[in-house]
Design a protein around this ligand. Structure first.
Ligand code: HEM
Length: 131
């Protein structure tokens, strides 16, 4: 009973009996699994109608979990090019716990205390100049 969904269909799914999430281009209905999920129903509800690939991978789900999820597969995404990256990149739909990977490498050359230090020195110099 595999069906083709457009990503938009998943996002707009309002059926109360369905809780569709997308992981690696596959659509899962986790509604019957909410109470059984060892990670809690909250995270699954949070990901409702979204691409949960990165969050799913971040958790490092076991092979058992990956076997189990096949049971909840309801279809695939017919337009994978329309799938946004797993609620990263400043999406407001996530509650802010996630730190975008961008900030790790960037600006590593200049620690955050450099700017206030330079500013402080400048103030001291200007102060001395006027003495
Ligand atoms: C059909 C989809 C999913 C299935 C079948 C599934 C299944 C499982 C299973 C069996 C575990 C127990 C640990 C393990 O065996 O790895 C688990 C833990 C967990 N899952 Fe999922 N999961 C699914 C989707 C998700 C998604 C989308 C998220 C996050 C957005 C998530 C977050 C978690 C968390 C936070 C834990 C707890 C890890 C811990 O406490 O060590 N899961 N899941």
């Amino acid at each position: 009973m595999s069906k083709e969904f457009t990503y938009k269909e998943v996002v707009e799914s309002t059926d109360k009996t369905a809780n569709l999430i997308v992981i690696k281009g596959v659509v899962y209905n986790v509604a019957p699994f909410l109470n059984e999920h060892p990670g809690g129903e909250e995270v699954l509800l949070d990901q409702r109608g979204q691409n949960a690939t990165e969050h799913f991978e971040d958790v490092g789900h076991s092979t058992e979990a990956r076997e189990l999820m096949k049971k909840y597969k309801v279809g695939t995404i017919s337009d994978p090019e329309n799938i946004p990256e797993s609620s990263t990149g400043g999406s407001s739909s996530y509650d802010g716990k996630y730190v975008p990977p961008k900030s790790t490498d960037e600006e590593s050359g200049m620690p955050s205390w450099v700017v206030p230090l330079v500013f402080g020195l400048l103030v001291v110099l200007v102060y001395q100049y006027f003495q």
